[in-house]
Design a protein around this ligand. Structure first.
Ligand code: ASP
Length: 400
């Protein structure tokens, strides 16, 4: 029994992370050659996302007792997403000012010939991006936000049809959901192998040197992420939900570990649903609603990272940001993290918008690009932990 516990997927995954780092560092060539094994695992996870999003949201809404309960979950989820994202940005800004990384370093020498496409996100585009013009097109493209938008409307509309017909729809989606969860379990059993090769290839490709070169920036981001994950979020769980957040973390830790290894909130979604329901005791209706939505729009780690990154770039460029500019950063970062897709590097792309909002050249992200993948792993783990904590909290609040 003890050996079985020791060899659990979580422990093996943790081991695979460390072994992968060492293998990637000492054997870069085979690590890159064998990257395909990690890619297969990642693709298997991605294969599950769309049907799971569709089925889990439908089942979640259809199993609610009515419009009131939907409103209650919806409001709680949005309040939670916004509060935790705002707290993450504030924490990022405060920790930055305390540690002041990059002050006086004036590293700014923009690499030549680099062209980085600026990401503009007007409120209009943002709103329009929710609405699918063609549901099959967004399904095939895997655009999660419009799929979620359509599924919510579809599920709510189903509340108005003849109950017996609704029951058959519900049975259909519930069966699809259960089947997908079995598939998810199969894929999850491959996690240690997949994670080992994913991490090894990442380390082989990026090396560890840039991390030491930009250590003051890297340490500031890591410290702030750690504080958010270990203090801010658990405090919300403890004081608002009155549960032990650390015990819950130990129950669901497999999901943040996979988020760390894949640097993708979306690819981790199948695992998050599985562990939240089966190990964390979160009801299907709450997990099915809060987790898919959270994986797409609730990104505390990304918001925190972006606020520090933009302040760091200003610092090494010798630019003093006014209070008004820092408030602008607060607002744009919050939107940028909502708009970022749950895929590797999405946060960095959205950074261009944040830099632009305070008049810093978008090309300056070239200065932090070398450590982006490394930080992406940590911020994605925090993004995922924020979603899972939110699911537990809302589940508890709903039961009261
Ligand atoms: N990789 C992150 C995620 O999937 C997004 C980001 O780049 O910050 O949650």
């Amino acid at each position: 029994m003890a050996i079985k516990k020791l060899l659990s997927i979580e422990n093996l995954t943790l081991l695979a992370i460390f072994a992968g780092i060492a293998f990637g560092y000492f054997f870069p060539t085979p690590s890159l050659d064998l990257k395909v094994i990690g890619d297969i695992y990642l693709k298997l996870l991605k294969m599950l996302i769309i049907p799971l999003v569709f089925a889990s949201i439908f089942v979640a809404i259809a199993s609610l007792s009515g419009k009131e309960e939907l409103k209650s979950i919806g409001i709680k989820a949005f309040l939670y997403y916004l509060t935790t994202t705002a707290l993450a940005v504030i924490l990022g800004i405060v920790i930055f000012h305390i540690l002041n990384p990059g002050a006086g370093e004036h590293l700014l020498q923009l690499p030549q010939n680099i062209s980085i496409e600026k990401k503009d996100l007007s409120i209009e585009d943002f709103l329009l991006s929710f609405i699918p013009a063609n549901i099959f097109e967004v399904l095939s493209r895997g655009a999660i936000l419009p799929i979620i938008f359509f599924t919510i409307l579809f599920a709510v509309a189903a509340l108005f049809i003849d109950p017996s017909k609704r029951q058959s729809l519900y049975m259909l989606f519930d069966s699809i959901n259960d089947t997908m969860m079995i598939l998810a379990k199969w894929v999850i059993s491959l996690t240690p192998i997949g994670v080992f090769f994913l991490i090894a290839a990442t380390v082989a490709k990026n090396g560890l040197e840039p991390i030491f070169e930009l250590y003051s920036y890297v340490l500031t981001v890591l410290l702030a992420l750690l504080l958010h994950a270990l203090i801010t979020l658990p405090a919300i769980g403890y004081f608002v939900g009155r549960f032990n957040p650390y015990r819950y973390f130990l129950q669901i830790k497999e999901a943040p570990l996979i988020a760390f290894s894949t640097a993708s909130s979306s690819a981790t979604l199948p695992v998050s649903l599985e562990v939240a329901e089966e190990k964390g005791g979160v009801s299907k209706k709450v997990a099915g609603f809060v987790l898919p939505l959270g994986a797409t729009i609730n990104m505390d780690g990304t918001a925190l990272y972006e606020s520090i990154a933009v302040l760091f770039i200003a610092n090494i460029s010798g630019v003093d940001l006014s209070l008004a500019q820092q408030i602008t950063i607060f607002i744009t970062v919050t939107f940028a993290s909502i708009g970022a897709a749950g895929i590797p590097g999405a946060g960095l792309i959205m950074m261009t918008m944040v830099l632009d909002s305070v008049g810093l050249p978008v090309e300056s992200i070239a200065l932090i690009i070398t450590v982006d993948r490394f930080l992406d792993m940590f911020r994605t783990a925090v993004n995922n932990w924020g979603d899972l904590l939110g699911a537990k909290l809302i589940d508890i609040l709903l039961r009261r």
